[in-house]
Design a protein around this ligand. Structure first.
Ligand SMILES: [Ca+2]
Ligand SMILES: [Ca+2]
Ligand SMILES: [Ca+2]
Ligand SMILES: [Ca+2]
Length: 437
């Protein structure tokens, strides 16, 4: 616990490169912005870190980023508060904010953006959960003034705003959602799921392969799009349960692959409550009989790349769903095609080691699934797992000393092919085996 002079209760980073990993930042207070961390025009990378119970008198209860780059990976940002300003969890002004594999839950802002607030910056959210955050103004989950908000393979659920945009509020920022489940958010005024500022500024909103359902608000319960001249709506292969106060036309399957309900007959997306369905972040499970099952467009299952927009030569096909690892993005359920939303309905993936190489290289394609990688997936998935082997026998897995010992963090069983057939051994060598070429 620390009290800073003004910005940055725990850490104040100015113009520098800061890496924070495997840490807990809790209980700090700032009289200005950034209860836990404040970065001014720097480059800050946060990974495997919990940021909790921090408080800013102004914006960015957990973290505040002013210009510069802030990257948050596989972390937890929870129960922070911005007591006067915006961004209960994270605040961003004119910076590039990249969030992946992260839970942003239970944060509060008196201003905009209970979870994340961005003003004139670019925010990229990937394989993450933004849930149960609240704002006393606009944007329970995310608020964006100008700039762009790109959310991909993520769930935005159970957030609330006293004003507009229970899940997401945009004033003039572009919003792009791909494989997002936006559910059970609430707004006090308008836009339970997404609210758009009702003014004459041109805006753009792209929604592909997503589910917007069970959000509530007096005006535009799922989506409030006032229909300004110049506003560009590009909605494809998505399910929107209720079109009230939007310009969308109800259809059980329109020319763009959308399934859109109305006040009189809302579409039941058949999602389950938010729960641990595998992976590092909670998701809404999907019933096989949901109209979202297999109804997304595989050609639009894309990560938009560094430019944050479709095209530009840097788009890549999504291989996993929100849960990452071996949770495939496209599994045939009733027919072909990926499911709309963040979760792809499938059985828990089998963890099968199919290479003797001891390596963690981020490649989980067949033939490149190492024992260490399968173990990391078992540890990352809550609950008991089994690891089996598909190797030409007899096989020897020689453990790389520099990677450390194999760490089993939960109940785990190994289904080996037999003691004479598979040997796992640690190679004892001189300290720098690679130096010998
Ligand atoms: Ca499917
Ligand atoms: Ca792109
Ligand atoms: Ca691999
Ligand atoms: Ca496990």
């Amino acid at each position: 616990m620390q009290e800073a002079g003004y910005h940055g209760g725990g850490i104040y980073a100015a113009n520098g490169d800061v890496t924070i990993t495997g840490s807990t930042i809790s209980g700090n207070e700032s009289k200005g912005d950034g209860g836990g961390i404040y970065s001014y025009k720097g480059s800050v990378a946060i990974s495997n870190t919990t940021i909790t119970g921090n408080k800013a008198d102004y914006g960015g209860g957990g973290v505040f980023n002013y210009e510069g780059d802030l990257t948050i990976t596989t972390s937890v940002i929870t129960s922070n508060s911005a007591d006067y300003g915006s961004g209960g969890g994270v605040g961003n002004t004119s910076g590039r904010l990249t969030i992946s594999g992260t839970r942003i839950t239970g944060n509060q802002a008196v201003g905009d953006g209970g979870g994340v607030a961005t003003n004139n910056g670019i925010v990229d959210i990937f394989q993450s959960l933004i849930a149960d955050n609240s704002s006393s103004f606009d944007g329970g989950g995310i608020s964006s003034a100008i700039g762009a908000v790109i959310v991909n393979n993520s769930t935005i659920s159970g957030n609330s705003a006293t004003g507009r945009g229970g899940g997401i509020q945009t004033d003039a920022a572009a919003v792009r959602l791909v494989h997002v489940t936006l559910a059970m958010n609430t707004a006090g005024i308008s836009g339970g799921g997404i609210g758009v500022n009702d003014d004459s500024t041109a805006k753009s909103m792209l929604i592909y392969n997503s589910i917007i359902t069970l959000n509530t608000g007096p005006i535009g319960p799922d989506l409030h799009v006032p229909g300004d001249p110049g506003t560009v709506l590009d909605i494809q292969s998505s399910l929107i349960s209720d079109n009230t106060d939007s310009t969308l036309v109800a259809s059980s399957g329109d020319a763009n692959g959308n399934v859109i309900g109305s006040t009189a007959s809302p579409i039941d997306a058949k999602i389950s409550p938010l729960a641990n369905n595998g992976g590092a972040t909670n998701t809404h499970d999907l019933d096989y009989t949901s109209p979202a099952t297999d109804a997304a467009n595989l050609a639009l299952s894309l990560n938009f790349g560094a430019d944050g927009n479709i095209g530009g030569g840097d788009d890549t096909a999504l291989t996993a769903d929100q849960r990452a690892g071996l949770y495939s993005r496209s599994v045939i359920g009733l027919s072909a095609g990926p499911d709309m939303g963040a979760l792809e309905k499938q059985a828990r993936p089998s963890l099968v080691v199919d290479t003797t190489a001891d390596i963690i290289n981020g490649d989980l394609s067949p033939g490149d699934r190492s024992l260490r990688e399968m173990l990391a997936l078992a540890n990352g998935d809550l609950g008991d797992d089994q690891i089996s082997f598909s190797l030409s026998l007899p096989a020897i897995i020689t453990l790389e000393p520099s990677l450390g010992s194999l760490l089993v963090e939960e109940n785990l069983s190994f289904a080996g092919p037999g003691a004479d057939l598979l040997t796992i051994c640690l190679l004892y060598t001189s300290p720098s085996p690679r130096d010998r070429g």
